[in-house]
Ligand binder design. Structure first.
Ligand code: ARG
Length: 593
């Protein structure tokens, strides 16, 4: 009974374990093969896969393995006894301080301090971006993609910051990347806006209008069209004029695109978002005909109702038919996306294309990729990086009617709240430039609030959580970074400090911090390979907690040598990792706060 209880608690401790199997680290791979040899010599067993886990608490060692449970499946012996035998052998290894049998068949291992510290080299290396060896076969990341003539709504921030973070991850890992903003600058909305502008624009020039004024006209169109259905017809005709190249409508369209781009530029700067290309939907206007022809020739595009062109998919794919050309021969969003894909393949020969787009377009992208396959194009890896919907914890925000909630307003509100927080903290927050700190904290809070949630689920927008000074938030990360920098300033120590050669023993808090620091390369890899930034935010949150626990329990500046150097080196590495991680997430961290 007692045993069972122990085993349950023991396992819960491992609820968030960490597999070292993809860390090519010398220390772990050496121990891995050593354990394999031990199993082979003790029990004559080959090919037992030995997985190492990182216990949540240092009382269970630096690393642990359930190897005895695996062995017990193949020979008749109690797992406890097996664990004891393996532990005894492992404890004789030069890198091992101590090894013990524990739980129902685990072996817990404590490593020598110098071994643990040497391993931190990998963490330091992971903070430097790898060189991009070649410009060939880039990864194209397409994100943000706002629709022209509308201001950036708060929802657009999701694709915008998640996309930029993925760009940063890939670049940091040494991949050639093309950051691509594919704006919606084509479509019937221009017909509507042009009609509204003619009627209610008060004779102003488009280039003198603000984006808000254009949006107000667009909203008015929709209101008035409810009473007057002729408006819709007029808008449709105006869009056809645009498609046919009518000079007046074209000029209007160009001006609207200009106003939109100018207003976006400022916002993107504030968010540290930067694109290599902004080739938008309109670019593909003259590139669709050959694709329609190809699809028709290959019998993939067939005539549907009233002469529209459609694509039907195989039964097992369960996809409903897709439309690629309207009955009036007008083209569609999907037609432009096919031309876009063809162009990307021909021009850049990418290895992979990521479309960072709202979950509402899931079916659409399945159809798009299926059409490309039916056309038998030689395709790069295509992925719709799904972004969940946003829900507001704050009732006032979610019930706001009429105009969409503008991103700029939200950022301004966040900066204001951050400013209030700084003031309310009085002397406990110090900054040479409180306005800049508020901007860093406010914008950071909103961005971090998004990136710290799994993008595949519903994302909750919650002021309290975002601006929390103690929780999984940007201010906490920024504060912890400033705290580490302040220690280093007081010690007159620079960015990087060498670890001491010889350390006899580590305290619990030191050991825990070392363990957390070691996980950085793995967390980064996990966030990149799954395209899941929240793995990195969670890691950084853990590092902050681990560092603060260390800071609160160990004297640093007052410690005797070599402990003092060790602690300063740990502090410096923490600051470096926090800064590197934050910047990958598009955030800034202050040196003082
Ligand atoms: N502009 C589109 C929208 O707001 C998103 C574009 C997504 N990307 C694409 N290649 N279709 O709905």
């Amino acid at each position: 009974m007692e045993m069972r209880l122990f085993s349950v608690t023991f396992r819960t401790v491992f609820w968030r374990f960490f597999l070292f199997k993809d860390c090519a680290a010398s220390m772990f791979s050496a121990l891995q093969s050593k354990a394999q040899q031990i199993v082979q010599s003790l029990y004559g067993l080959d090919g037992v896969h030995i997985s190492w886990e990182r216990p949540q608490q240092t009382v269970f060692g630096d690393i642990a393995t359930p190897v005895a449970l695996q062995v017990a499946k193949r020979i008749k012996k109690h797992p406890n006894a097996i664990a004891g035998e393996i532990a005894e052998r492992l404890s004789k290894e030069p890198s091992v301080d101590r090894a013990e049998a524990a739980g129902p068949g685990y072996v817990n291992v404590w490593l020598k301090p110098e071994v643990l510290i040497e391993e931190l080299m990998r963490t330091r290396e992971a903070c430097t971006a790898r060189d991009t060896r070649t410009e060939e076969h880039p990864v194209i990341v397409e994100y943000s993609q706002p629709n022209v003539a509308k201001p950036l709504g708060i929802h657009h921030i999701l694709s915008t910051v998640i996309g930029q973070t993925l760009v940063n991850f890939y670049r940091h890992a040494g991949y050639p990347v093309i950051a691509w903003n594919y704006m919606g600058d084509w479509g019937t909305q221009f017909g509507k806006l042009a009609v509204a502008f003619k009627r209610w624009g008060e004779g102003k020039k488009v280039s003198e209008c603000s984006i808000e004024e254009l949006l107000a006209l667009y909203v008015r169109f929709h209101d008035e069209a409810e009473q007057d259905p002729l408006l819709e017809e007029e808008a449709r005709k105006t869009f056809v004029m645009l498609e046919r190249g009518d000079e007046g409508v074209r000029a209007f369209w160009r001006d609207v695109v200009g106003v939109t781009k100018a207003s976006l530029g400022h916002l993107y700067d504030r968010l540290h978002v930067k694109f290599d290309l902004d080739i938008s939907e309109s670019f593909y206007e003259d590139k669709m005909a050959p694709i329609l022809e190809e699809g028709t020739k290959k019998n993939i595009f067939t005539k549907g109702e009233k002469g529209a062109l459609i694509v039907e998919f195989s039964e097992e794919s369960k996809l409903p038919p897709a439309l690629v050309q309207k009955a009036d021969e007008g083209t569609l969003y999907a037609t432009r996306d096919l031309a876009n894909l063809r162009y990307r393949i021909d021009t850049y020969r990418p290895e992979r294309i990521l479309y960072v787009v709202d979950v509402a377009q899931m079916l659409y992208f399945q159809q798009l990729f299926a059409i490309a396959n039916l056309l038998q194009w030689k395709l790069p890896e295509l992925q719709h990086v799904v972004v969940g919907r946003m829900r507001f914890a704050d009732k006032k925000m979610s019930t706001r009617k009429g105009n969409i909630l503008r991103l700029e307003e939200v950022l301004d509100e966040a900066v204001k709240r951050a400013g209030d927080l700084i003031k309310s903290r009085g002397d406990s927050i110090q900054s040479d430039d409180p306005q800049d700190l508020a901007e860093m904290m406010g914008v950071g809070a909103v961005v971090y609030g998004i990136l710290s949630q799994n993008r595949q689920s519903e994302l909750v927008f919650d002021w309290d959580r975002m601006l929390s000074y103690e929780g999984n938030s940007a201010p906490y990360l920024q504060y912890t970074h400033a705290r580490a920098r302040s220690v280093l300033r007081k010690a007159d120590a620079g960015e990087s400090i060498a670890f001491p050669q010889c350390i006899a023993a580590l305290t619990e808090a030191e050991r825990a911090l070392v363990g957390t620091l070691q996980q950085f390369p793995h967390s980064l890899q996990e966030a990149l390979s799954g395209h899941l930034p929240h793995h990195l935010t969670h890691y950084l949150y853990e590092l902050c907690q681990s560092f603060n626990a260390f800071y609160n329990s160990e004297p640093i500046l007052q410690a005797a040598e070599p402990q003092k150097t060790l602690r300063l080196a740990l502090t410096a590495l923490t600051a470096t990792v926090l800064k590197c991680g934050a910047e990958l997430l598009t955030l800034r961290v202050p040196d003082r706060m």
